[in-house]
Ligand binder design. Structure first.
Ligand SMILES: C[S@@+](CC[C@H](N)C(=O)[O-])C[C@H]1O[C@@H](n2cnc3c(N)ncnc32)[C@H](O)[C@@H]1O
Length: 204
């Protein structure tokens, strides 16, 4: 078993994280988590430390957030989702993990987040929101990222239009992103998630 990043283990081509409480290894499925897919494809920049404060936009049921939670020994993850159904499932995971903070909110309106959350300067912002205006939602949340903090953005081409090509979408998205961030890596997530790319940036 090799530790490829702090708290991320690899064995026979498969990824695992270690449950903080039980210390059991948990299989991390790259078909269900775009972060796991990016690692297997060759992600070089590691944005998380054991004490990172993470703002996660679009938790879904919490698959990826639960694996990130495993890595945050002294940090925490604020998980935002607009869907009651997704939040219902995410709440179950947050109930078992002290470092997950659920927030039912629309990431398009960050000014409506609770005051306590708005005060935090996060070390990492991660967004996985399948919406047409995914880039502008992301840019609206940039104000919560500390200087030198990392920003990870999952782009989904089909959310723009059914025929949208992921390479074209990514090229177009990179224009406004480069004005705000230093773009470090762009990873296309095929074969794990065909119409997605994964952009790694730093707030210089
Ligand atoms: C692809 S799923 C997330 C999967 C999750 N990131 C994972 O890897 O386990 C996208 C989520 O974004 C949420 N979402 C869509 N628009 C949103 C918005 N404006 N604000 C917050 N969440 C949003 C959806 O409700 C959905 O749960």
């Amino acid at each position: 078993m090799e530790e490829v990043f702090p708290g991320v283990f690899k064995n026979n081509g498969k990824l695992y994280t270690k449950d903080l409480k039980t210390k059991d290894l948990r299989y991390w499925n790259p078909y269900k988590s775009k972060l796991a897919a990016a690692i297997l494809i060759g992600l070089k920049t590691w944005p998380f430390s054991r004490k990172s404060r993470v703002l996660y936009l679009g938790t879904g049921e919490g698959t990826t957030p639960s694996h990130v939670s495993d890595m945050l020994e002294n940090g925490f993850l604020v998980g935002v989702d607009v869907s009651f159904m997704a939040m219902h499932e995410f709440l179950k995971k947050a109930g078992e993990r002290e470092n997950l903070i659920p927030l039912l909110a629309n990431a398009s309106f960050p000014e409506k987040y609770p005051e306590d959350i708005k005060k935090i300067k996060f070390d990492v912002i991660y967004q996985d929101i399948a919406q047409k205006d995914q880039v502008s939602i992301f840019l609206k949340n940039k104000k919560f990222l500390r200087k030198k903090g990392y920003a990870l953005l999952v782009l989904k081409a089909r959310s723009i239009s059914p025929k949208q090509d992921v390479k074209k979408l990514t090229k177009a998205a990179l224009k406004p992103l480069r004005k705000e961030f230093n773009v470090l890596e762009v990873i296309f997530l095929s074969p794990y998630s065909k119409d997605h790319s994964f952009v790694v940036m730093r707030n210089e």
